[in-house]
Structure formats: C-alpha cells, structure tokens
Design a protein around this ligand. Structure first.
Ligand code: MLC
Ligand code: AMP
Length: 484
C-alpha cells in the first residue's frame, strides 16, 4: 500500500521498526500481524480501533487499512456518550480492541459480539482483539487513492464531534509535504509520546514513520525523562510537552544530539522556543495544521526558524488571509484576518454533514480555518488567535465549548453552563466552566464531565455564579464572564 510504502519496502531489515512503551516489533512482524487483522476485518468498510498507546493499536490500524477499511480511532479514555457517538455516527462495522486500556475483557480468538454491547452502553459491534502471535501472508489489492483512510472525530463549537474524512491521497500528500520540509528520511528515529487518536500523534507520528520507513519510538506518555532516554533524531511535541521538557533541564539537554525538534497543535510560547534553544542548541521547527487540513504551514529544516511564527505554506499549499468580507488583507505583517488554506492534504468533508462541510470548504477548495493570522512581506505566517471563543486548545487538544456545556447540563444540579478557555501557563488554555447550579460542588462536576467525555475535556476549574451574562436576545455574553 502506498501509504505505508516505507514500512513494506524495509520490511525485512528493521527489528525495532516500531516501539511503543518499550514493546518493539519488527517491520516484518508488524506486516504479518496486520495481515492477520486484515483477514479478520476484510469486507468491513469502516473499522473502529480502540486507540491505546500500544503496538496493538498500530497493528490494528495497519491491518484495517490493508483490508481497505477506513479507520476510526477511538480515544481510550472517552466516556460512554462520546464512544457511542463515534461508533454509531461513523457506521463502524467492527471494533478492534488493543490490550491495555481496552474497556472490555474479550476472548482471544475470532469475533466476539458480546451479545448486546457492553455494560457501558457501546453498540453491539463485533470485537476483534489484536493478537500479536497471529500472522498471515495474504496480499490484498491496494485501496484507491480516493478511498477514505481515516475518519477522525474532532470538536466543533457546538454539538457532538464531527467525523473528518481523510483519503489515502490526502494522508500521503500531507506526509510527503513534511518529508520535503523536514528532510524526513528512513535514517530518522522518530520519538514522541502523543495520543494515537489525533493527527499529530497518529497521522504524523505513526503513518509518517511507516511511510518514510523511519523507526518510531513512542514513549507511551510524553514525559520529559522518556524523551530524554529515547535517543531519537526527530522529536514531536505539543507546546505543553516542550514546556515541561524545559522545566527539566537535564532532560532537555539530552536532546542536543537530535536532528530536529518539531512543535505543533497549538502556539509555542516565545519563552519556550528561547529556552529550548538555550538548553538543546536547537531552534524548534514550528508547524501549523488542523484535523481537517493536516499540516499546511511549517518552517523548514534548511531555512530560518522564528519564535512566534509557524513558517511558510508547504509544497502544494495555498494560503489566503481574508477580512470579514472575504477580501485578502495586505501581507504586511500587521493586518490580520481569517486564514484560509488549500492543498492536496485537505479532507473530503465531514461524514454525512454536507451543510457543515459547505460552511467550511468552498467550491474552489479553500478551507476556512477559523484561525486569525497575519503574513509578513517575506511570507512568514503568524497565528494570532481564533475567530471563535468556543473552540478551546488545552494541552494541544481541541475542545468544543458546546460539547462540554452539553455534558454539564446533563447533570441534574446544573441549570445553566458556559465554558471558555482561559490562558494557562502549562496547558496554553484551560477549560473553565461557569455554572448556575444547586447542591453540587466543583469536584463532582469535573468528575461528571470526565466520566461522560474524554478525560481531557473536563473543566479544570468550575466557577459558580448566580446568573450568566446574557444580551437582550438571551444569548450568553462570554466576553462578560469574570476573569479574576
Ligand atoms: C485527572 N484524571 C482524571 C480526572 N482528573 N481521570 C478521571 N477523572 C478525573 N476527574 C487523570 C487522567 O485520566 C490522567 O490519567 C491523568 O489524570 C492526567 O490527565 P491529563 O489531564 O491528560 O494530563 P495532563 O498532564 O494535563 O496532559 C498534558 C498532555 C496532554 C500534554 C500530556 O494534554 C496531551 O497528551 N496532549 C496532546 C494532545 C494532542 O496530541 N493534540 C493533537 C491534536 S491534532 P493517566 O492514568 O493517563 O495518568 C492537531 C493538529 C496539529 O492539533 O496541528 O497537530
Ligand atoms: P485540531 O483540530 O485538534 O487538529 O486543532 C487545530 C487547531 O490547532 C488549529 O485550528 C489551530 O487553532 C491550532 N494549531 C495547530 N498548530 C498550531 C500552531 N503551530 N500555532 C497555533 N495554533 C495551532
């Protein structure tokens, strides 16, 4: 398969092609195990994978792709409502389960439909556990470039997460553009510890390695001491990870021998860029992307890097910065507007949501990012904020305020709720909830949301108020919420 070209070409000579949390697998064995998964899931057009940080997850996803299925990564910590939504909305025919963190105990062979679903309310999908002792050599026809490879769920400002359809062609183009910008090669050793259910950790962090044929060392969690011990050439992190590494100077200094440090998923604070340079001798490459667009803008390994800037459009990418009337603003480094992007790595739309797709993606292929940006005369792109206060970035995770508000309102003690992102030194933004409630405390509400949604979507702070500020139409005025 083209998407995994590097892995299949190097299949016989890499005993530790992929290591996740200290479990290593050769490329040859990965391929054999994945073919065994493909034998089991063949015929299913959409396959969900319980995306724990394990080798089994990598095998399960590769197997599903080999079988020609679109993969739906399921966050392992997602709550019952969120899981149910992902599994039903995506139309997944099967759930591949993957060891540590898998919600249910399953038989070791064959499909287990577990009767009527699980105790936590998952739909009754057949479950296919990944078994690293099962191998197959069945060769299958490669999927077409336009076939969907991934359906990735991501939050909008309101409502439940939407499925983002990424074709094989888009994923291949997205990785190839980074191979060019970062001189990413089979000789690299890629290190990161990011979750395997988002673009950063999965598309770049797993498929990037398998396509380039470089080795992957996933650290299980993105802890500074594990990055330091991993001996990589190429390191990926979200800004919170880089900031935590800088707070442990010994760990940071251990990265001095790397080739390239890359930051993305949220703005890298200038002091963290400067501190990383001091401690490691490397100026990090910062790149900008979205689930819907993959990575579109980056600085280059063979070019300058600039703190506070995300670089230049990647090969094949067009960008525009437009005002509210859709007119281009001057590229003077000061005028700001909404960033729009176009390129071969863009998604094909939101699954079963043509209206939401049309609202974001126009007929000429330009995607409205919702990010506010400026471009200077030399072409340096700078992200200055977001158009909507209802999309929060916390620790690099995208969190829709509306989804958290809906979860809070499901608690019987909560009458009104408004959720915002407040600046936070470690996380960039922290999810802060303002609620009008009776007889319920902060810890209970935090746990309630953590139990309904993915744990990272929980409010880190709950402020109890007598009423929410509203305008004459009754709409909540989030800008008027107290910040002290
Ligand atoms: C805490 N925990 C609770 C809890 N409170 N569990 C249940 N109920 C509660 N009330 C537990 C958690 O389960 C977890 O357990 C532990 O506490 C810490 O949780 P956390 O909040 O996740 O940890 P934190 O330190 O805040 O995480 C920081 C982080 C993380 C940087 C490691 O935010 C992260 O991995 N970020 C990466 C996000 C990412 O990959 N984004 C890319 C999006 S793609 P336990 O057992 O796990 O310790 C994209 C496109 C692009 O943006 O451009 O790349
Ligand atoms: P997600 O959908 O999780 O992929 O999040 C995409 C969003 O992350 C973008 O719309 C930006 O707001 C933000 N983002 C990604 N990379 C950067 C970056 N380097 N600087 C600032 N914001 C970023």
């Amino acid at each position: 398969m083209r998407l995994l070209a590097g892995m299949t070409q190097l299949a016989s000579d890499r005993p530790d092609a992929v290591t996740v949390a200290d479990v290593a697998i050769s490329a040859e064995r990965l391929l054999g195990c994945a073919r065994a998964v493909a034998d089991e899931v063949a015929g299913a057009p959409v396959v969900a994978v319980h995306a724990t940080p394990t080798v089994e997850t990598v095998v399960g996803m590769v197997g599903a792709l080999l079988a020609g299925a679109a993969v739906v990564p399921v966050p392992p910590d997602s709550g019952p409502a969120e899981r149910r939504h992902l599994l039903t909305d995506s139309g997944a025919a099967l759930l591949i389960t993957t060891g540590a963190g898998t919600a249910t105990t399953l038989s070791s062979g064959g499909h287990d439909t577990a009767g009527t679903g699980t105790a936590d309310g998952d739909p009754a999908l057949p479950r296919v556990p990944v078994d690293l002792t099962r191998l197959s050599s069945t060769d299958r026809p490669a999927p077409a470039p336009t076939d969907p490879a991934l359906i990735m769920y991501t939050s909008g400002t309101t409502g439940a997460p939407k499925g983002v359809l990424l074709s094989h062609r888009a994923v291949e183009a997205g990785i190839d553009a980074l191979v060019d910008a970062w001189a990413w090669s089979p000789d690299d050793i890629l290190v990161h510890g990011l979750p395997l259910f988002h673009v950063h950790g999965l598309v770049l962090g797993v498929f990037g390695a398998l396509r380039t044929g470089c080795r992957l060392r996933h650290t299980g969690r993105p802890l500074p001491e594990r990055y330091a011990a991993a001996g990589g050439t190429l390191y990926f992190g979200v800004p919170t990870v880089w900031s935590r590494i800088c707070a442990q100077p010994e760990a940071a200094r251990a990265l001095a021998g790397a080739r390239l440090l890359v930051s993305g998923s949220a703005a890298l604070p200038v002091p963290v860029f400067d501190r990383l340079r001091e401690l490691t001798g490397h100026q990090p490459v910062e790149r900008y992307g979205m689930t819907e667009t993959l990575i579109t803008v980056s600085s280059r390994v063979d070019g300058p890097r600039r703190a506070g800037y995300v670089g230049f459009p990647l090969d094949g990418v067009g960008t525009r910065v437009v005002d509210e009337a859709g007119r281009d603003v001057p590229a003077d480094g000061e005028s700001v507007g909404e960033l729009r992007v176009r390129g071969p790595m863009l998604f094909d739309g939101y699954l079963n949501r043509p209206e939401a797709t049309a609202a974001q993606l126009d007929a000429d292929g330009w995607f409205r990012t919702g990010d506010i940006a400026s471009v200077d005369p030399a072409g340096w792109h700078r992200i200055v904020g977001r158009a909507s206060t209802d999309l929060i970035k916390s620790g690099g995770y995208r969190i829709g305020a509306g989804e958290v508000e809906d979860a809070l309102l499901a608690h019987p003690g909560v009458r009104e709720a408004a959720v915002v992102g407040r600046p936070h030194a470690d996380l960039g933004e922290q999810v802060t909830a303002y609620v009008v409630a009776d007889g319920v405390g902060e810890a209970e509400l935090v746990d309630f949301v953590a139990g309904h949604l993915s744990v990272h979507k929980r409010p880190r702070q709950v402020r109890f108020v007598d009423a929410l500020p509203r305008n004459a139409m009754g709409k909540v005025q989030k800008k008027l919420l107290a910040t002290d």
